[in-house]
Write a protein that binds this ligand. Sequence first.
Ligand code: 16G
Ligand code: ZN
Length: 548
Amino acid sequence: EIQIASLLKSSELFPIPQSVKLSYGTAGFRGDAKLLESTVYRVGILSVLRSLKLGSATVGLMITASHNKVSDNGIKVSDPSGGMLSQEWEPFADQIANASSPQELVSLIREFVEKEEIMIGEKKKSAEVWLGRDTRPSGESLLRAAEIGVGSVLGSVAIDIGVLTTPQLHWMVRAKNKGLKATENDYFENLSSSFRCLIDLIPVSGNDKLEISKLLVDGANGVGGQKIEELRGSLSNLDLEIRNTGRDGGVLNEGVGADFVQKEKVLPLGFGSQDVGMRCASLDGDADRLVYFYIPSESSDKVELLDGDKILSLFALFIKEQLNALDDDKEGKQSRLGVVQTAYANGASTDHLRQLGLDVVFAKTGVKHLHEKAAEFDIGIYFEANGHGTILFSESFLSWLVSKQKELTDKGQGGSEEHKAVSRLVAVSNLINQAVGDALSGVLLVEVILQHMGWSVQKWNELYKDLPSRQIKVEVPDRTAVVTTSEETEALRPLGIQGAINSEIKKYPRGRAFIRPSGTEDVVRVYAEASTQEAADSLANSVAQLVK
Ligand code: 16G
Ligand code: ZN
């Protein structure tokens, strides 16, 4: 039985602002921070119910609006697995966020609790919710609202773990529920020790030992820059210069960060002609996205971008090289490596991956969709072009690797190529965040692979050449009028539009285009690529005309 009186009382503290219609969307609730208190309070309640539903497992709440402007904020739920909130609960999230009165809120909660058979108030099992936030100034008061929401359900505990990156919170929640060490320090230690392990496994070929060149990091003036600074002390074999940490007056995400660099393809603030040719990395505002770039010439502010697709290709090459060194035919065990992309992946990257003989599958935009597909492989690598991605190892494959490692050691083959390959794979599984894409672990893996290959950023960039592309957003009265196939490559509605898009595509060599309703903004997005920039622009424009 929920304590109606106390819920009613606390929800009266957080009246819902007029005229906002909220949707949990692809990345939780987002919006102007000033309008979000009631939403965050309500998600606090939801997180307790989620925990109780799952046997009082720890649930996480992250207060962030990622790459959006500093005056925005948002909230998303980490399930006990460290993944995104189960999609089955999203409609309930939408309902309670939009409930117009405390009475309506309470009755929605009662109904849901009954339907889901959630037991409230059992003394021995209390729900536990871990709260994290990024560096946004509005984060602190929103965190208090979440605490009140959590506390309004009997027998629940909210724990404030402070300012964190989004992937840190997901990592900690996952570790906690697996019974592993789960503090921020444990997170850092895990990163530095698995990085060290991969460095030690770099083949030394005497004469061509690569000198370690400096990496310039753009921290988006957010939490990622600060955390990578904290991590730096425990890393050897890596020379980092961190800019845009937010401590020098820069504004979060303004002219900086992974989203800016990836969309605009120009250099972020704090970078200039003195950095020509240097290897640079940009994180986004909550450090779950990563892109690399370099400045090709002094005469322009354009950058050469190495996006999520290119990071994916680098990771795939390295993993494949290790898998090839396994003697696993004998075991009758064929390891399955798969990669997952979205429709936004540059066509040249998909061609490149297929030429490597890799199994490439497509998922709908949004991390949860890619993650789900990647989890079907023994090793699944997923990336969005915008720089969000990671590498998932299945439990069964990982335990096979670990026993293989031991078996080889016991047989006295600890120094064999096979043993090294197995050890590298195990280290990668520790380094790379198994819960969500993580710019910090991503940087470390890119850096160690480049050292392993002996590659410069330019050499890496030559893996393939991106096809020119263009993205446009079109404002429409109702974006839900556009309905796509599950991979978003074709529009099913409005009727007839796909035929018209296809006729446009036919006019351009290597042409490809699609439309989809945004999950985060009230617009329809258009993507086009073709063999020249002019052609890609023109294709995008004519498709946009069809949408209007
Ligand atoms: C969210 C998604 C991101 C996706 C983007 C697309 C998560 C954590 N984030 O930021 O993966 O690329 O939305 O936005 O899932 P759009 O639907 O507005 O194009
Ligand atoms: Zn982000």
